[in-house]
Each structure stands twice: as structure tokens, then as C-alpha cells.
Write a protein that binds this ligand. Structure first.
Ligand code: COA
Length: 398
């Protein structure tokens, strides 16, 4: 809050509402560990993951996005939304933006622009920054930013335990009730092949160790540029949210940053600065571009009395693009959270057996235009993928 009060020039645009959604089923990593003959401690401590969200046939980036966004557009905000930016790296179509389906399912106004953005796990941050710029230009309007992804790696690979899925929706306005997003940023881009997904593949290819190295390098460079661009000092930042392909990555990244800035913090102090932000990711898994904002949602729902606190955000998308920026939590933010719904949605999830998980994982989309009615949709309330017919996906709200 200090910087907000002392610097009248700071832009006040930011996050007015935030909510997430994930699949209704999950795989306990203890089940995967037993199946693969691996000590479960590797998953629990080595990766920092316990459960992995697994989408059923009727769930995808559109249904998750619609579910998350349905909570952030209430209270008379729906008609203020002039743009919907949908960030994903697991698009369902090479041409049509997934957000167009969401636009219809949410009943947004017809003079709302909709577009899809991609740059691995980074694109939601580009979407957020562009949304802030649009709102700064037209302060009476709101922009809906949705990050939604299904993280998929091949079965029986080291990356298998780092799958997951989720969507985070954020409403960006000029009078935000959750957090003001600061305009100062530090970016870093380098052309590398640490993680990618060719058009012919339904699963990502990843050089996991190299990706971790690139993440660290990009973090340090983004931080250095953030400092060069008049960003806050390390000591002014109260909490840290990281892109979390697995939650242990955030712990490692933060220790690296502490070392880089010579913070003088002990490991316990350093780990405490991000503990609350890891909770959701530990039980959902990777949600690619949504993961940083799931980490922020976790901090909001689990952190104690954050009003006035400065939160650092590190966005990393393989390939690679990174961004370091910060936000300040607004007074009274607690009244605008959806913490109870989030907690309930996680508690109500169904645990899958290994065989059910593999069945979900293998479920093929028809490639010849044949009609497939997705029977599982009949047992679920909310947004669902009902069928695929003539190569067209048919969504509805049950
Ligand atoms: N108890 C506790 N920890 C254990 C353990 C045990 N029994 N067995 C292994 N571990 C630890 C290892 O020491 C290691 O920790 P460290 O990294 O701190 O050294 C960690 O578990 C991972 O094990 P390791 O064998 O090194 O890695 P892996 O071959 O299983 O692969 C990833 C791990 C993360 C590289 C792999 O899951 C991956 O590629 N995931 C995808 C990552 C991604 O999405 N990147 C792109 C976006 S940023």
C-alpha cells in the first residue's frame, strides 16, 4: 500500500474479480507412484504435488473457462465487458478462438471483441497486461481475461506426474476490488526449445531439466529488467507468486531469486513468502498459463489479511518469454473472493482409479466427422461438451 499512497502516478487499473475452475475428477499421485513403482515421496516432496486434476470427456478448456468466468461477471459487470481475451496453449481449434464459445455460454454482449492468445504458459500475462492497457484507455469498460489449459504429457514419462488442468478468470477494471496491477514490468525473451507441442501432437514435448534451467535464467533476467524499469525493491515485496509447472519449481525459483538479490533470508523465511500460493497447485497440478494465476488465487484464499501487501508475480512460458511484475492488494478484498466455492469444488471432486485415468487420457476425438455423443455430460451440472458432430464441438450449460 505504501507505494500506492506515495506515488500518485501509479496506474490504478487491476483485478476486480478472480475465480478458478478445475476438473471434477483427479488422480491421487500415490496411485500413480504405486503403479510406476516409485516412492511417493518423490511426487510429494521432489515435485511438491499430491493430486492431479484429470478432465473427463465432457470437460475441456471451454467448459473450465466458462465455469470460472461465470463467477466473475456477476453484480452488473456482464454488460461492461467489451473484450474477452482467452489465453491458452491447448487450443481446440487452429482458427476459431475458444473464447467465442464462452462468449455465447456466458451471454456476453454482441459488441464484445473476443480473441485467443498463445505463448506457452506466459500468454495469460500478456492478456492481463493488454487488458490493463485497454481499460486504461476506456476506464468505464471491463475486460474479461481467461487462462485455461489442459496439461498433457505422455503416459509412463517423468513428466506424467506433472499433468493437470484448470482455468482462471479475472475481470479487469479501473476500480479493482482485489488488486491494483503495477505498470512496471521486466520482460525476457529467448528462442529455445525446452517445451513445445507440434501441431500433430496431443501431448507436449519437454526437456524437463533444460526447462528448469531456462526458467531460472529467465527469472533472473526478468527480475534484472524489472529493476532497470523502476520496479519495486525486493524488500518492498511481501509475497511471491510463480508459474508452477509443479509446486516445487516455485520454491526453487524463489530460493534462486533470494540468492540473486542477496536477500539474507533463511530458507524458512524465503519459503514462507510463497507458502500460501502453493496450496491449490499441489492438488490440481499444472494448468499451464493459468498456473501463475491459480497461485495468486491460492495466496488470496489462504493468506492472512493481505490488504496493502505487495505481491510479486513471475510469469514463465517455455520457448521462452518471462515477465516479472507486481500488484498491490486492495482494502476489503476478502469480501470479493470466492474462497468457499473454491474449497467446496475441490472437496467434491471424485478420485479416479489408474484404469479410469488412462481411459480418460486416451479418449479420442473423432477425426472423420463422425458424431460422438459424450455420455458423461448427462451426469454433470454446469458447462459441458455434449457432442462432436461434423467436426463441430457442441457446448451447453446443463
Ligand atoms: N523423495 C524425495 N525426493 C525425491 C525422491 C524421493 N524418494 N526421489 C526423487 N526425488 C526428487 C529429486 O531429488 C528431484 O529433486 P531436485 O530437483 O530438487 O533434485 C525431484 O524429486 C525430481 O526428480 P528427478 O528424478 O530429478 O526428475 P524427473 O526425471 O522425475 O523429472 C521433471 C522431473 C520436473 C523434470 C519432469 O516431471 C518434467 O519434465 N515435468 C514437466 C515440467 C514442465 O512442464 N516444464 C515446462 C514448463 S516450465
Amino acid at each position: 500500500m505504501t507505494q500506492l499512497q506515495t506515488n500518485p502516478q501509479i496506474n490504478t487499473v487491476g483485478i476486480d474479480q478472480i475465480s478458478f475452475a478445475t476438473s471434477k475428477s483427479y488422480l491421487d499421485l500415490a496411485v500413480l507412484a504405486e503403479r510406476n513403482g516409485i516412492d511417493v515421496a518423490k511426487y510429494h516432496y521432489g515435485l511438491g504435488q499430491e493430486l492431479m486434476a484429470v478432465p473427463a470427456h465432457h470437460e475441456d478448456i471451454v467448459t473450465l473457462a466458462t465455469d470460472a468466468a461465470s463467477r466473475v461477471i456477476g453484480e452488473g459487470k456482464r454488460n461492461k465487458i467489451s473484450t474477452l481475451i482467452f489465453a491458452t496453449e491447448t487450443g481446440i481449434d487452429q482458427s476459431k478462438a475458444a473464447g467465442v464459445y464462452v462468449h455465447r455460454l456466458l451471454g456476453l454482449r454482441e459488441d464484445c471483441r473476443v480473441v485467443e492468445m498463445k505463448q506457452a504458459c506466459y500468454s495469460a500475462t500478456a492478456a492481463l497486461q493488454m487488458a490493463c492497457a485497454l481499460v486504461a484507455r476506456h476506464p468505464k469498460e471491463a475486460v474479461l481475461v481467461i487462462a485455461s489449459d489442459v496439461a498433457r504429457y505422455e503416459l509412463d514419462t517423468p513428466a506424467e506426474a506433472t499433468q493437470g488442468c484448470g482455468a482462471v478468470a479475472m475481470l479487469i477494471t479501473a476500480e479493482p476490488r482485489i488488486a491494483v496491477v503495477h505498470p512496471e514490468v521486466g520482460n525476457y525473451t529467448e528462442d529455445v526449445m525446452d517445451f513445445w507441442r507440434p501441431n500433430h501432437s496431443k501431448t507436449a514435448l519437454v526437456d524437463g531439466k533444460f526447462s528448469t534451467e531456462m526458467y531460472m535464467k529467465a527469472l533472473v533476467n526478468a527480475w534484472n529488467y524489472y529493476q532497470k524499469n523502476a520496479g519495486m525493491a525486493f524488500s518492498e515485496l511481501d509475497h511471491f507468486c510463480y508459474h508452477l509447472p509443479f509446486s516445487r519449481m516455485g520454491v526453487k525459483a524463489h530460493r534462486k531469486l533470494c540468492e540473486h538479490v542477496q536477500s539474507g533470508l533463511s530458507r524458512e523465511q524465503s519459503d514462507a513468502q510463497l507458502a500460501a500460493s502453493l496450496e491449490y497447485n499441489r492438488v490440481i497440478g499444472n494448468s499451464y498459463t493459468a498456473s501463475l494465476y491459480l497461485s495468486f488465487a491460492s495466496l488470496l484464499d489462504h493468506g492472512k489479511d493481505l490488504a496493502g501487501d505487495n505481491v510479486a508475480m513471475l510469469s514463465y512460458g517455455s520457448g521462452c518469454v518471462a515477465e516479472f511484475f507486481a500488484a498491490t492488494i486492495v482494502d476489503g478484498y476478502q469480501q470479493h473472493l470466492h474462497s468457499d466455492i473454491h474449497e467446496r469444488s475441490l472437496l467434491e471432486r471424485v478420485a479416479l482409479s489408474y484404469e479410469e485415468y488412462v481411459e480418460y487420457w486416451n479418449y479420442p476425438d473423432p477425426v472423420d466427422g463422425e458424431e460422438v455423443v459424450i455420455e458423461s455430460h448427462r451426469h454433470h451440472k454446469g458447462p459441458v461438451l455434449r457432442s462432436i458432430r461434423d467436426h463441430k464441438r457442441e457446448y451447453a450449460i446443463n
